[in-house]
Design a protein around this ligand. Structure first.
Ligand SMILES: NC(=O)c1ccc[n+]([C@@H]2O[C@H](COP(=O)([O-])OP(=O)(O)OC[C@H]3O[C@@H](n4cnc5c(N)ncnc54)[C@H](OP(=O)(O)O)[C@@H]3O)[C@@H](O)[C@H]2O)c1
Length: 327
């Protein structure tokens, strides 16, 4: 395993972060609570990750309706490795049905952190991440509250997910203006099929020394080559269960691009999923990529990616095989 500095926090993380979004559900989608990995499978995945040197786990209070955090908490209690783990959880999406049970208001953050700590059976979160900006709460209120949670010892660092460049800029400026802790990381989607953040968020992250921890490195499994154009996805696959985030990619053009990438992977003697992940990890702005294995066998292509280092020229040559697909 390779470890990298996490922005300017002083922490170091494994370049692969274990995405725990599939424990007990498929991410935060309420209609799919109960359709994810059960406790036994999740324990096997965490054990395999730990054995491979993965020391960074990512979850959210809303994943599986709280089940993801609960399972991680049970695993931590059993394995007793809390102090060696960089534990990241997220806040912002609804877990309960009350009118203030979501968003980034002071009221919700103060309530949500205690729920996360209880489910995770820990007294601190290494990285507390806002799921997405909340248009109904001033950014200053969110940052001031996060600062209070840090001073209370409940949170060590904060990060932002699903942020645009202007939102990130505004939040960093607000922290400086208020004299409170800033976001230290960005968690946005990034893959060969979704390069949007390269041109704007990456340069700012580099300038501000923010950690960048992309999710979706295989675009929900599309870049493992498991899907075929025109063939319905298996009902228990990501695309079978939750196609919405990938619908715009399900075109003939995307699948022609995937075929071309499959050739590129073959030329290098690696699996397509390995090449896709290595491509993400090789961008100098990227700190760690969040992977979403559902079975222990899924780790192998991801672990192989850690040893594949691509230069910027090689990355562009690989990306040039893609027909323009992503928005
Ligand atoms: N902040 C956010 O908004 C946000 C959004 C999404 C994800 N995340 C985080 O990022 C993590 C990873 O994201 P992601 O799950 O979208 O990543 P991803 O790598 O794009 O997709 C994971 C899916 O790919 C398939 N897969 C993974 N390894 C495979 C292999 N070796 N062979 C075949 N298929 C394989 C699995 O699909 P099947 O289910 O079909 O087997 C799995 O569900 C999540 O767990 C979560 O922690 C954050």
């Amino acid at each position: 395993m390779e470890y990298r500095h996490f922005g300017r926090t002083g922490m170091r993380v494994s370049v692969l972060g274990l995405g725990c979004g599939g424990f007990g559900g498929v991410g935060s989608a309420p209609e799919l609570f109960g359709r994810g990995e059960d406790k036994q499978t999740a324990f096997a995945l965490m054990n395999r990750a730990w054995e491979a040197g993965i020391t960074y786990f990512d979850t959210a209070d809303s994943y599986g309706g709280g089940v993801s955090e609960t399972i991680i908490g049970a695993w931590l209690k059993e394995r007793k490795v809390r102090d060696q783990l960089i534990l990241s959880t997220k806040v912002g999406y609804a877990l309960a049905e009350g009118p203030t049970d979501q968003g980034l208001s002071r009221r919700h953050l103060i309530q949500a952190i205690d729920g996360s700590l209880r489910r995770l059976q820990t007294d601190y979160i290494d990285l507390y991440v806002t799921m997405e900006p909340d248009p109904n709460t001033p950014i200053g209120e969110t940052l001031q509250t996060m600062n209070d949670l840090m001073h209370a010892g409940k949170v060590r660092h904060i990060g932002a997910s699903n942020v645009s460049l202007p939102q990130l800029r505004e939040s960093l400026a607000a922290s400086d203006r208020l004299g409170v802790h800033r976001y230290q990381s960005v968690q946005n989607g990034y893959s060969l099929l979704d390069r949007g953040i390269e041109a704007d968020v990456f340069p700012l992250a580099a300038e501000e020394r923010l950690a960048v921890t992309p999710f979706g490195p295989t675009a929900g499994g599309l870049l493992t080559g498991k899907y075929r154009f025109g063939e319905p996805p298996a009902s228990d696959s990501r695309l079978g269960l939750r196609p919405q985030p990938y619908r715009h990619l399900l075109t003939e053009r995307t699948f022609r691009s995937i075929d071309a990438l499959r050739e590129a992977a073959k030329e290098r003697g690696v699996a397509l999923g390995t090449l896709a992940l290595a491509w993400v990890l090789s961008h100098p702005a990227v700190t760690a990529a969040l992977i979403g294995p559902r079975r222990v066998e899924h780790f192998e292509p991801s672990l192989a990616a850690v040893a594949v280092h691509l230069s910027m020229v090689e990355r562009e040559a690989i990306a040039s095989r893609i027909e323009a697909v992503a928005a």
